[in-house]
Write a protein that binds this ligand. Structure first.
Ligand code: PEP
Length: 258
């Protein structure tokens, strides 16, 4: 039923040092092997803090794991006198396949507007990594019934100036902020409503072929117990998982939803 290869990405946020990271990835690899996971059927990505990436790379390369990894953010700068910033080239050099940009926690706590998210997405693409561009409304907007309109405006702003070919290859994550870390899951129909609207917007701007290719994830309190219902929806191509990605069994269960 899946029109696109599903993707499960685990965003660890600011959790786990590099030693704990190695333990978790190892356990995840074991649990997925126990569950006879087919990586060709569902792509598995972990998104650790920057400081864990080198250790994760060493483990993935050394054990030839099929798990991919990415970063939680990237600098808008290519390098130079920008203390504390991590450039796309640095992440690419560590073997990152993905870069999360515009996570609601970055938008909220670091005042990242769509323009910045857009610059970061472009940096990831220029570094030959796939951006996972996060969008989604807060509770106030949802209560006003403006969630689709709000989210589509974020999609427009975050993807501005990115060519059709690149849009087809990137990943968009719809994460209603009220469902993140709250235990409050959007219903599969809620997820489908907005993911379908996002795909519709991509079709309007870039055409049918690109819209049929772009992967759109849902994120917000996804667990092994609720993932199947979400993944049944036609326009949901995977999940961005926060809390549940810190436990190998739980995240393994999410990846092995089929
Ligand atoms: C997230 O932060 O991307 C997320 C979806 O978090 P959680 O799964 O913990 O709600």
């Amino acid at each position: 039923k899946h029109a696109r290869i599903p993707l499960m990405a685990g965003n660890w946020k600011s959790n786990l040092n590099h030693q704990e990271a190695v333990v978790l990835v190892q356990k995840l690899a074991w649990t997925l092997s126990d569950k006879k996971h087919d990586y060709g059927k569902v792509e598995v990505v972990v998104v650790p803090p920057f400081t864990d990436l080198r250790s994760v790379q060493t483990l993935v390369d050394g054990d030839r794991l099929e798990i991919k990894y990415g970063a939680q953010d990237v600098s808008t700068h290519d390098g130079g006198a920008y203390t504390g910033e991590i450039s796309a080239a640095m992440l690419a050099k560590l073997g990152c396949s993905y870069v999360v940009v515009g996570h609601s926690e970055r938008r909220e706590y670091h005042a990242e507007a769509d323009e910045v998210v857009n610059e970061k997405a472009k940096k990831a693409i220029a570094g030959e990594m796939t951006p996972i561009v996060c969008v989604g409304e807060g509770l106030d907007v949802r209560k006003e019934g403006r969630h689709v309109e709000h989210t589509l405006a974020q999609v427009d702003g975050s993807l501005a100036g990115i060519g059709a070919e690149q849009v087809g290859d990137l990943v968009i994550a719809y994460e209603p902020v009220w469902a993140i870390g709250t235990g409050e899951v959007a219903t599969p129909d809620d997820a489908q409503e907005v993911c379908a609207a996002i795909r519709g917007r991509i079709e309007e701007v870039h055409g049918e072929e690109v819209a049929a290719k772009v992967r759109i994830l849902y994120g917000g309190s996804v667990k092994a117990a609720n993932v199947a219902g979400i993944m049944e929806k036609a326009d949901v191509d995977g999940c961005l998982v926060g809390g549940a990605s810190l436990q190998a069994d739980e995240f393994g269960g999410i990846c092995r939803f089929y």
